[in-house]
Design a protein. Structure first.
Length: 235
């Protein structure tokens, strides 16, 4: 699977993919990453990519021409490239979106800067808009990286043990159960004894119960949906 980052600052992103799981995924050709700078597609002599907002307003706006031409160049070589933009007006990015987008061949993340991008580019070129939450960042690079990480983990072969995906938070209606490692006792706090007895059926039941408790405490909204789902199954 291919990921492209359309950004004025590729150096912000490159280091993230130079280590650990995603670096190995690139080396093993499960995913590929490239960077496209809209400044390379400007037609003015100063390579300028921003202009004042028409109608007034603080700050500068990314002007449409370099962005349109950048996406056109990408689509010329990759017609099915799927364009994603992080913006506060987008829908919340969820795990199901990551799993769905992992089935695409080529996802393009366009990172805004300054006060954002000309609306005409967003309306005509974006396939999907996402938000990371109700807050504002200085640029779209961070949310683009977050989405890429979440999507890439769901690409076949990226994780060494694909079974780990099935037990993670948000894969079901609850959060992931608490996890423990050695030693059994640390700072006068012990691992639940049932986990040490080797009875896999009881361990599974305990983990399900702990997951529900954790969900009820940290995400009561998810716990409510979980209860509704369980009631429907019993009918």
């Amino acid at each position: 699977m291919k990921f492209s980052f359309v950004t004025l600052f590729p150096n912000i992103i490159e280091g993230y993919f130079s280590d650990s799981i995603l670096s190995r995924a690139i080396s093993n050709h499960h995913i590929s990453i490239d960077y496209v700078n809209p400044r390379d597609y400007t037609t003015n002599k100063h390579n300028k990519v921003d202009e004042p907002m028409i109608g007034g307003g603080a700050g500068m706006l990314m002007t449409p021409q370099p962005l349109f031409d950048t996406i056109e160049a990408i689509k010329n070589s990759s017609p099915d490239a799927y364009v994603v933009i992080a913006t506060p007006v987008g829908k919340p990015f969820k795990q199901n979106d990551a799993k769905r987008l992992a089935k695409k061949e080529h996802v393009v993340f366009v990172s805004g800067r300054y006060e954002g991008m000309d609306e005409r580019f967003i309306e005509q070129c974006a396939d999907e808009l996402f938000s990371m939450g109700d807050f504002i960042l200085t640029g779209g690079e961070l949310p683009s990286m977050v989405m890429c990480d979440a999507i890439a983990r769901n690409v076949d072969g990226v994780l060494g043990n694909s079974d780990s995906l099935s037990i993670e938070s948000f894969e079901s209606s609850s959060l992931e159960a608490p996890s423990f490692s050695k030693p059994k006792n640390y700072n006068e706090s012990e691992v639940p004894s049932e986990l040490l007895k080797g009875n896999h059926a009881k361990i599974s039941d305990l983990k399900n119960a702990m997951a529900k408790c954790k969900t009820k405490y940290f995400r009561p909204d998810m716990h409510k949906n979980l209860q509704l789902s369980e009631r429907k199954k019993k009918r």
